[in-house]
Design a binder for this molecule. Structure first.
Ligand SMILES: [Zn+2]
Length: 253
């Protein structure tokens, strides 16, 4: 990631001759005084110039994004910027295994709804139901050939996993792929989408619906739990995942 990357030489970082000139301009503009210190009512000599919004967060070299700064303030600011990035990474979350046996990523919304999700710009049907309740079949029966179907199981296979994968690393990769697909709905122009997700509780289903916005509707499979469990047991390819899937059927509300 950008802020961890090889810092390179001053020139590669954009701190060459042009920067020296720019720095002098800003120092002169600010009267060679530290702006953060000035805000705190203690004029302190400054020899450095700081990006108010860091370059790693998209800050530019425009004059209004630059300020003169003293060594102490610069150190403090750099440390707090690193802390912000660390916190953001922590908030993006270490995945954990939910009690339905699937990996979950903590997010603002809770459940597995990706962070900062924007509403869908095209109609999207959220198909919820316990494992083996027929969600995928429903999607393929109702979707037009050009519609998008977002199905974690199908994505898992596409990235080389098994139909019912239990490997956490593969599931994690599939989930981030799925999240990209969900996010892309906000910028889609044509067609419709069908999004398959267990949606274990009414609250979770409602939250997905809310997150995907006004163009989203919800379909909940009404397959009896006993039928789902029968199907899971009858499908040898599900063997590895059978136990956690049966548990998920049992817990589905
Ligand atoms: Zn200062």
């Amino acid at each position: 990631m950008a802020w961890q990357g090889d810092r390179g030489t001053r020139h590669q970082r954009g701190y060459g001759h042009r920067w020296v000139k720019l720095r002098d301009t800003i120092l002169q503009r600010d009267g060679h005084l530290c702006i953060p210190c000035l805000h705190n009512g203690r004029p302190t000599p400054a020899k450095q110039v700081d990006h108010i919004t860091p370059k790693s967060q998209g800050g530019t070299d425009e004059h209004d994004n630059l300020q003169s700064i003293c060594v102490d303030c610069h150190k403090a600011k750099t440390a707090s910027e690193a802390a912000v990035i660390r916190d953001a990474l922590r908030a993006e979350g270490k995945p954990s295994i939910g009690d339905d046996g699937w990996v979950t990523l903590p997010t603002k919304w809770g459940y597995s709804i990706p962070h900062g999700l924007r509403p869908s710009a095209i109609p999207v049907t959220i198909i919820c139901g316990p494992p083996a309740s027929g969600k995928t079949t429903y999607a393929h029966e109702h979707a037009a050939p050009t519609d998008k179907i977002i199905d974690l199981d199908e994505i898992t296979q596409r990235i080389g996993g098994k139909m019912w994968e239990t490997d956490r690393a593969i599931i994690r990769r599939a989930l981030s792929y799925r999240d990209v697909m969900i996010r892309s709905l906000a910028d889609a122009h044509t067609g419709a989408a069908w999004f398959i997700v267990t949606g274990k509780t009414a609250q979770e289903r409602k939250t997905w619906l809310q997150a995907l916005g006004e163009k989203a509707r919800l379909v909940v499979m009404d397959t009896p739990k006993a039928v789902c469990i029968e199907r899971i047991l009858a499908e040898p390819r599900r063997a590895d995942a059978a136990r956690s899937q049966i548990l998920a059927v049992d817990k589905w509300q």
